[in-house]
Design a protein around this ligand. Structure first.
Ligand SMILES: O=C(O)CCC(=O)C(=O)O
Ligand SMILES: [Mn+2]
Length: 306
């Protein structure tokens, strides 16, 4: 695979230290075994959770994935997590490690750039985005916006090419940030697995309150696009011990966030010997640049340990 120069929004500022690779504990035999009998919820004990447009363009679809589908995704994650280009704590340019652990598919994201290789760990080529995950993301956009809605054009044209898969071990969180490194305006799809979390929306132009908090449980889908594509958001809290039994996930929460980056590689340029020119780059193929007032390093995907 041709290496490409990472895209960057901040003039290439980087910590010289890389991310910290991590390994998953094996599947707990008791956990992976036959499902225990779960208590049936009492009818009327809690209000039914229904599909809801929580903000314009941001749609929550509760219980979108059945347990079997969730388990398959967790099994896939276990394979994606293995090096090369495996799971790691990303490091922000200030040097702090993020508390969340991430592995990428299609394009490798590190604070704050995409590249085709895991430049903050072993420099290996990123694993490809599986076609099934792209299909799942297209189905998600249809489930969120509906087949009849004009915005379903999004689903037809939706061409996801990257996923960031985040593991929230107990105590991990994700600070308020914008998903801003993708020039494309296509929606972001998030599938939640494992422990229940509080997912927090701030505003498109502010990372402060008032917030819109939603509870995401295992199997829930969240899609945000259109007017909320660039909204500030984060995961301030994961509720320990709330995952369904038998998922095969270590304690915590897993989110699979699928995106269309709008990035493309510029063809390799032939240069005359001795002339220095640009190296092959990941170019912004999107039609709209995001607002130049990008977040400060603190405000981007930095659920730091500090
Ligand atoms: O974990 C989540 O649901 C959100 C993750 C997220 O915002 C991101 O990966 O950019
Ligand atoms: Mn995000």
């Amino acid at each position: 695979m041709t290496p490409v120069t990472p895209t960057t929004r901040r003039g290439g500022a980087r910590s010289r230290l890389g991310g910290v690779p991590t390994t998953l504990p094996p599947v707990d035999a008791g956990e992976a075994g036959p499902f225990p009998q779960l208590p049936l919820p009492l009818a009327g004990a809690e209000p039914a959770r229904a599909r809801q447009e929580v903000l314009p363009g941001a749609v929550h679809v509760p219980a979108w994935l059945e347990l079997d589908a969730q388990r398959r995704l967790v099994g896939d994650f276990r394979r994606w997590a293995v090096p090369p280009a495996g799971l790691r704590h990303p490091r922000v340019p200030t040097g702090h490690l993020m508390s969340v652990q991430s592995v990428c598919l299609g394009w490798h994201w590190r604070p704050y750039a995409y590249s085709r290789t895991a430049d903050d760990t072993d420099s290996a080529p990123v694993k490809p985005l599986p076609a099934e995950l792209a299909d799942l993301a297209r189905a998600a956009v249809t489930a969120a916006y509906g087949p009849a809605a004009p915005s379903n054009l999004d689903a037809v044209a939706y061409a996801p090419d990257a996923a960031i898969v985040n593991l929230y071990a107990p105590g991990a969180r994700l600070g308020i940030h914008q998903d801003g490194e993708e020039p494309a305006d296509a929606p972001v799809v998030t599938v939640s697995l494992g422990d229940t979390c509080i997912f927090r929306f701030a505003g498109v132009d502010r990372r402060t309150g008032p917030f819109t908090d939603i509870e995401l449980r295992s199997g829930d889908l969240l899609v945000f696009g259109g007017p909320t594509r660039r909204i500030y958001h984060g995961v301030p809290k994961v509720h320990p011990g709330t995952a369904p039994a038998g998922l095969g996930l270590p304690p915590g929460r897993l989110s699979i966030t699928i995106r269309e980056t709008g990035l493309s590689e510029r063809p390799q340029m032939q240069r005359a010997p001795g002339l220095s020119g640009p190296s092959p780059k990941a170019t912004r193929a999107g039609t709209r640049r995001r607002s130049p007032s990008g977040p400060s390093p603190k405000a981007t995907r930095a659920g730091c340990t500090s």
